[in-house]
Design a protein around this ligand. Structure first.
Ligand SMILES: Nc1ncnc2c1ncn2[C@@H]1O[C@H](COP(=O)(O)OP(=O)(O)OP(=O)(O)O)[C@@H](O)[C@H]1O
Length: 267
């Protein structure tokens, strides 16, 4: 089992100009994520969710504290942590298969092996016949699946997901939530999901972390069992309709309220 840990992580952005003030965005965050866990981070806009993910990805250095992978400090991006963004960021000049195979090419995997692995991954994400299709011929949901397949190609220990379903229509988003849950279970990785949707956090996560804004502080870290219900076959609609789900949903809204009373709530 692997562990990705934030140890007393703070982040301050410098003042934008001479008259501005430096901005403390994350304040002493300590949080650990293991493979086999799915942690969703929720909180008001500006609470530092994306900054937290960027630090885990190695795109942004913390001002204080460290992020460690199995005890060793990370000092930049690495193939053991794959990132999926809201915007799929695929290479439009490559067909779907070559997009998925790209990280393998970087690793020096031979053409035949990368092709076979890319086909396997496309099958895993439910696109067994899309290998030769151009990115422009794929729907938004299909593109996100290709993006997820590409993220899985390097066999990362952790998937860092920044609103990966945020740009999809609500029907596609619901389908993709169940899909993402299944792919995550099969991959054996750990997942860190940034989402604006409390509903999505409840359906997918084994733990829900709430950040309070200005500066971002850890307001709550709560276990959740609805993802296990979905994985054992309960339809998402039934899970959502259960009194326990509604109670937890209301509880999280209350928590975000308490953490940021002056602001409007997430949907
Ligand atoms: N590169 C940057 N330079 C200066 N300030 C930044 C930078 N990136 C983000 N910020 C500020 O840091 C704060 C946290 O931003 P961040 O994007 O991490 O929050 P978030 O919770 O993900 O927000 P949202 O839900 O709106 O995406 C915001 O006030 C933002 O304006």
């Amino acid at each position: 089992m692997s562990h990705l840990s934030f140890n007393d992580v703070s982040l301050t952005y410098p003042a934008r100009d001479r008259n501005g003030a430096a901005q403390l965005v994350l304040d002493r965050i300590s949080l650990s994520l293991s493979t086999g866990e799915f942690v969703a981070v929720i909180g008001r806009s500006g609470s530092g969710k994306t900054s937290l993910l960027n630090i885990a990805a190695g795109f942004q250095e913390p001002s204080e504290g460290t992020v460690t992978l199995d005890g060793a400090p990370i000092d930049g991006p690495g193939t053991e942590r794959a990132v999926v963004f809201q915007d799929d960021a695929l290479y439009p000049w490559l067909v779907a298969r070559d997009n998925v195979a790209f990280p393998l090419k970087l690793r020096g995997v031979g053409e035949r092996d990368r092709r076979a692995r890319a086909e396997e991954l496309l099958e895993l994400v439910g696109l067994p016949t899309a290998g030769n299709r151009r990115i422009s011929e794929l729907s938004g949901g299909m593109r996100q699946r290709v993006g997820i397949a590409r993220a899985l190609a390097a066999e990362p220990r952790f998937l860092l997901l920044d609103e990966p379903l945020g740009a999809l229509d609500s029907l596609t988003r619901s389908r993709m939530q169940t899909f993402l849950l299944n792919v995550w279970t099969k991959s054996g990785s750990g997942a860190l999901l940034i989402t604006h949707s409390i509903d999505e956090a409840l359906l997918l996560a084994t733990r829900i972390v709430v950040l309070s804004p200005h500066p971002g502080r850890l307001a709550a870290d709560i276990p959740s069992s609805f993802a296990a219900d979905i994985l054992s076959g309960t339809p998402a609609g039934d899970v959502r309709a259960s009194p326990a789900f509604k109670r937890m949903h209301d509880g999280l809204i209350g928590l975000i309220h308490t953490a940021s009373p002056e602001e409007e709530l997430a949907a």
